[in-house]
Ligand binder design. Structure first.
Ligand code: DGL
Length: 265
């Protein structure tokens, strides 16, 4: 059966994974996509591994019912806790996202890198495995970004509370001479302008969005799933199980949005 016209499924605990959707849509504009924003259950970062796996199963099954040919887990917390289970139990390719501490460890000159991520990501076995594979001379400063996802989900990206939290998390890293800051949560690229103001220009801000889009393209090609219909731009469908206003705002500059539906799932 030729599945190539079927959509790419993408899910996140909320609206943050749209930072990955944007990269995929830019690289693969002809692909149809279905995005699931599980905002009703955000944040995932404070939940147990079992809860994260169960929510990831629910999202995967919803996307498979929409005939998705490949699923992008556009959430570090869900990837680091649930992708192994998903790959073992569903017969569809999965692409995940993990904090880019390896590339950061190759780039740092001060041998000190910072990572901002959720508790669920930093406490996961997968993250532990990746960080223990990094050269031991590299000092990794881990910081839980508590409260950041909630503010973004509530449309308060540019707010005083956000500035206070970011300063609290980033100032200690600056003092410890971090020269690479890894954004380990797909919500955080929306904070780059404020982060840049706090850390200045000397710190590299590293996120994995573009790498995920490239990996998605590579897997589609190797699995013969790429949509070769270059006559027409893909259709992009978004589902959210909470008020859709914040999602509409975050996507407002994208012309290729087809539909945003508020729906229970
Ligand atoms: N976007 C999710 C991530 O990349 C946010 C996690 C959460 O909901 O706490 O980790």
């Amino acid at each position: 059966m030729d599945n190539s016209q079927h959509p790419i499924g993408i899910f996140d605990s909320g609206i943050g994974g749209t930072s990955i959707w944007k990269e995929i849509n830019t690289l693969l504009p002809n692909e149809n996509t279905v995005y699931l924003s599980d905002s009703k259950n955000a944040p995932y970062g404070q939940k147990s591994k079992d809860q994260i796996i169960n929510l990831s199963i629910k999202n995967t099954e919803y996307l498979l019912n929409k005939n998705c040919k490949l699923i992008v887990v556009a959430c570090n917390t869900a990837t680091t806790n649930a992708i192994k289970y998903l790959r073992e139990n569903y017969n569809v390719p999965f692409i995940g996202i993990e904090p880019a501490i390896k590339p950061a460890s190759l780039k740092t000159k001060t041998n000190t890198i910072g990572i901002l991520a959720t508790k669920g990501t930093l406490n996961s076995e997968l993250f532990e495995k990746t960080s223990s594979s990094i050269d031991s001379k590299i000092n990794i400063i881990e910081q839980i970004g508590e409260g950041l996802v909630e503010l973004i989900e509530n449309g308060r990206i540019y707010s005083e509370e956000m500035t206070i939290l970011l300063k609290k998390y980033l100032h200690p890293m600056i003092q410890k001479n971090v020269d690479c800051l890894v954004l380990g949560c797909t919500h955080y690229p929306y904070l780059i302008p404020q982060i840049r103001e706090i850390v200045g220009t000397k710190i590299n801000i590293i996120d994995s969005g573009e790498a995920v889009a490239i990996q998605t393209k590579n897997v589609l090609e190797s699995e013969h799933l790429i949509n070769n219909n270059d006559q027409k731009r893909g259709e992009n469908l978004f589902y959210i199980n909470k008020d859709k206003t914040v999602l509409e705002n975050i996507l407002s500059d994208f012309e290729s949005i087809t539909t945003i539906k508020q729906q229970a799932f």
